[in-house]
Design a protein around this ligand. Structure first.
Ligand SMILES: NC(=O)c1ccc[n+]([C@@H]2O[C@H](COP(=O)([O-])OP(=O)(O)OC[C@H]3O[C@@H](n4cnc5c(N)ncnc54)[C@H](O)[C@@H]3O)[C@@H](O)[C@H]2O)c1
Length: 408
């Protein structure tokens, strides 16, 4: 056993605030949230929907790409099921119908996720062939090679090698094999929480590393395994190592509000991955339920069963009680309040990020990363951060505002 000397402090999102700085902007709408995840892949909304069974299927992947973000199809299903979802995303015709993100007025970046009345997918994330860009997850055991091969045959744009402990020999070897088999294919690998993890995955051939051990909204790794690095420190450590090697970073987990997205980008992430924050959306793969007259979406069993049993269940096999009892889950099932179209959530989140960029005196994400200054806060500071005048916070109740503008 050793304790790092001098003892290091791991910081979480709530441990810091961004210090306001003089801005040249006259409106937050002038701030540009675009971020280059990979050479040639720019996300106008640097948000990726999580590759979990209760977040990203084809509906969510289409909606995310149309809003300028990205969806990653989960692997908690058979290869054929995942391919059917991939084909469905690729069959979507940008501009075919409705609600997408606008380009904003001339000279302004516009608000992310903004519906565009003309129906054109103007700000959508597209591949070179004009179809929507989409990612898909693979593991490192079982049929993973076949899964990867068939996803590539079906024109997946980015492969995500996603394993709980990504800094393992097994994952490093899998990434190296995929890199050798598909030299030009964008590869994301994770999850890790240290500079050493980034170095090994980058060396193996990952273009982007996914960062986060245990911060997720439904994750219990830190309780079950007592393991993890507070997420802001993990992002900062990993982003520094990634910058040295010219690879990207996705901050995965622990983000509840737009301020946390802003802090992640300021700390060096090129995009964030959201699960719980998007799972209540109409397009999420979670199951809709109504309880006491209110609409919710619920996660659907993967967490309690784990990867192997979930895959057997998806293939129609019977699972015994013993097998379920033998599995040690590192997560918890969850219920998410229904939150309407994901475009609405993204618009709100990106509005917050635009505010953060302008408060830091920057115009875009690159400038934000350079200029941002974090100040640590105490418990008293954290208490001050939240609305604390009850009558006033009731006055600005968001449901009340929605009703007033006839949003519901
Ligand atoms: N990063 C996190 O905090 C976290 C924690 C738990 C699960 N998850 C997510 O759950 C999903 C399933 O992940 P998974 O890894 O269980 O999938 P999986 O069951 O496909 O496991 C992949 C391989 O990693 C090995 N593995 C898993 N945890 C390990 C550990 N602690 N040490 C060494 N090897 C380990 C497994 O034995 C297996 O060989 C993924 O999406 C993952 O990101 C994430």
């Amino acid at each position: 056993m050793r304790v790092s000397e001098p003892p290091r402090t791991g910081l979480s999102f709530d441990d810091v605030l961004l210090v306001p700085q003089r801005t040249p902007l006259t409106s937050r709408r002038q701030a540009d949230t675009s971020s280059e995840l990979l050479p040639g892949v720019v996300l106008r909304t640097p948000v990726i929907s999580a590759n979990t069974q209760w977040c990203t299927g084809d509906r969510m992947a289409v909606a995310m790409a149309r809003c300028g973000g990205l969806g990653v199809l989960h692997r908690m299903q058979t290869v054929d099921q995942q391919l059917a979802q991939l084909d469905a995303v690729k069959a979507h015709r940008p501009g075919a119908t409705g609600d997408t993100r606008g380009t904003g007025e001339a000279g302004e970046a516009g608000e992310a996720g903004e519906p565009e009345k003309s129906g054109a997918d103007a700000g959508a994330t597209c591949a070179r062939d004009g179809r929507l860009l989409v990612g898909a997850a693979v593991g490192v055991t079982g049929d993973w090679r076949e899964r990867a091969e068939r996803l590539v045959e079906h024109a997946v744009d980015i492969l995500f090698v996603d394993v709980a402990h990504g800094h393992s020999d097994q994952v490093v070897e899998a990434v190296a094999k995929l890199r050798a088999a598909y030299p030009g294919l964008p590869l994301v690998a994770g999850n890790v929480a240290t500079a050493a993890g980034v170095a090994d995955l980058a060396e193996a051939g990952a273009d982007v590393v996914k960062v986060g051990i245990g911060p997720g909204g439904v994750c219990t790794t830190r309780l079950v395994a007592g393991t993890g690095v507070p997420q802001l420190t993990a992002i900062m450590d990993c982003a520094a190592a990634a910058a040295e090697r010219g690879v990207g970073v996705i901050a995965d987990g622990g983000i509840r509000e737009s301020g946390d997205i802003a802090k992640s980008l300021a700390a060096g992430a090129h995009a964030v991955m959201l699960g719980s924050a998007l799972a209540g959306a109409d397009e999420s793969a979670a199951t809709p339920v109504t309880r006491n007259g209110r609409a919710y979406k619920v996660s659907n069993g993967f967490v309690s069963l784990g990867m192997k049993l979930t895959l057997r269940h998806a293939a129609g096999e019977k699972i015994t009680r013993e097998e379920v009892d033998d599995y040690v889950p590192e997560g918890t099932e969850a219920t998410f309040p229904a939150s309407g179209p994901v475009a609405r959530t993204l618009r709100r989140l990106m509005g917050g990020v635009q505010s953060a960029i302008s408060y830091s005196g920057a115009r875009d994400v690159a400038g934000f990363r350079e200029r941002a200054e974090f100040i640590r806060v105490t418990a008293a500071g954290r208490a001050e951060n939240r609305p604390h005048a009850r009558e006033r916070s009731e006055q600005i109740d968001i449901d009340h505002v929605s009703r007033a503008v006839g949003d519901e």
